[in-house]
Design a protein around this ligand. Sequence first.
Ligand code: ADP
Ligand code: MG
Length: 681
Amino acid sequence: MELKSPVSGVKGIGPKKTELLSRLKIHTIEDLLYFFPRKYEDRTRVWTIMEAPFDRDVLICGRVVSKKLPGNPYLKKAPMRVVVEDNTGAVELVFFNARYIAGQFQVGEEYTLFGKITLNKGKRQMAHPEFHRTGEKDDVRGILPVYPLTEGVSQHQMRSWQAAALPCAKDIEEWLPNHVVMTRHLCSPSYAVENIHFPQDARRVKESRYRLVFEELLVLQTGLFYIKKGRSSQSEGIIIPKTVSVQPFLDRLPFQLTEGQKKVWKEIEADLAAHKPMNRLVQGDVGSGKTAVAEIALFKAAKAGFQGVMMAPTELLAKQHLASLRRDLTPLGLRVEMLSSSTKAKERRQLLSALEQGEIHVLVGTHAIIQPDVKFHKLGLVITDEQHRFGVNQRALLTEKGQNPNVLVMTATPIPRTLAVILFGDLDISVINTMPAGRKPVKTHLRYNDSRGKVYDFVASQVAEGRQCYVVAPLIEESEALDCRSAEELFEEISAKYPKLRVALVHGAMKQQEKDSVMERFAAGGIDILVSTVVIEVGIDVANATVMVIENCERFGLAQLHQLRGRVGRSSLQSHCILICGKESEVSAKRNEIMVNSSDGFTIAEEDLKLRGPGEIFGTRQHGLPELNIADLVKHVDVLEEVKEVALDILEEDPYLRDGENQVLRDRVQKMFGENIQLQL
Ligand code: ADP
Ligand code: MG
């Protein structure tokens, strides 16, 4: 058996198990060995029966003093009972439907047992423990790995296969540069693999895990840098000199820029004037005024003779941008147009030709603007709004429409810096950390089902004062399976209870056109209460809306709740966010507390990350981020920092990973990223 042999060579793995394992992406012995335990069961400590804690797995040793089979063999329900004793006390083992076990216990012999002890009417009991005759070669003792398994494979099987494959671990050769191994104090990969499966103590687990996390993150980081470098070619970017004044634009703005906006604008201005193309991510909480900053950049690019493009994730958002860009830029002599998938063919043709002639200064649109026939005359600035909704590749395609244009990415999803480094790699990061003056922080209230009546009376009272409200539900229609509110149900209820109010419904299953028309009516003040699903989450801006009611708030992610809350509080009016909690659990209580007490998107994002992990939040797939096997982007941030340097060093010396000594790294990168990466030969 060798590392590259198929797993079917392991005793006990037949065609059926081979199939099951392939679902876990395990094909070779090497794959098997790199399938790591999720945690361990510590079975090193032998407890005395009296001292063993209750309700948690423990290992005990004792002599069988009696065993009792159910009197009536036809009465299957009666359990078999075995009493075991040590010097300190006795425990009764209970086995249901397991008569066959009776023969495996001999009175007078000593056994090692592993399971939970519970106290039942003053009697210690252990139900269905794992057991073995003490002294026999057994798998009950030691530190045992626990694997993340698929159905049809048991822990016991996986352990025995790993044990069978383990001798091959010694063939795993060191593949990291010697100085890295030395300076980072890494153990060898063969040691790491052996000890991650069957460690003798916690220290070895720690050493091994560190090595394996390190190498996994190194592969990840190297791949990401490689991809990024391929995109941002070395040649010069487009320079938009400092001397081009944006004063005419600023003079027309109805407000002063906030400190945060000024700071970020300075950073952008410097990027634009530099030789290297700009590659900047602007983060700012909802309502912090990112769009205004983007507009200044677009104005400046146009004044310098370049076209700009702004891509938004939905048609509605694109329209909103179009409206504000036209309001702010058209009077200054710039032509702003919009392109989306609903643009009519004839109009589209005219638009594309004007764009190619350079007659259009700013193009706004949805992903429809990525299409190959959309050509610019001189593209100088690419802006994507709400970036987390786009794949990395979409941004790249847009960038390719110009000759190294400047790139600005705007996101309202506060991404903790640590993670932003991975997700956006070499992007420089700016944060707008202030809110426009005069905004009152949104008041957040937590309520339960029993006060829903009052909540809606409050909503009605706000409407009576001329305000508008959002009501968000987790589902579109009622569901038998899920015990929570649906938008349709709420829509009916609210319409019936408040017949005089103008109530409307919008959800994701509606046609885009219908959705847009409802949203537009709401924005124009023609709707008092908008009942919806999360479709309203992104970007819409209605200053008169002052109440956001979120039903079954426990069903939403923290970051999502924060985004939803950001839909209100967009003026000097006092706004409210009312979270109605349907079912409280420990996690939801913690989340509710965070929401009520914090209005800072970054704090909320960090907490969300801790509660849910990065994969769930960012849909890592979408980012082209591969799944990780042992490393955790949150827990292992410090390792990530170390790895970054190493990856940069390696790529500096060997940009295409062609050196023989980087062969394994190259293979691993290829394997991790699959078709998302094209390594050059
Ligand atoms: P974001 O995109 O960051 O959520 P927007 O750019 O949509 O925020 O801005 C939200 C609202 O605040 C808009 O109506 C905008 O006109 C307004 N706004 C932006 N900057 C300022 C400012 N410095 N002072 C006052 N209002 C501002
Ligand atoms: Mg915005």
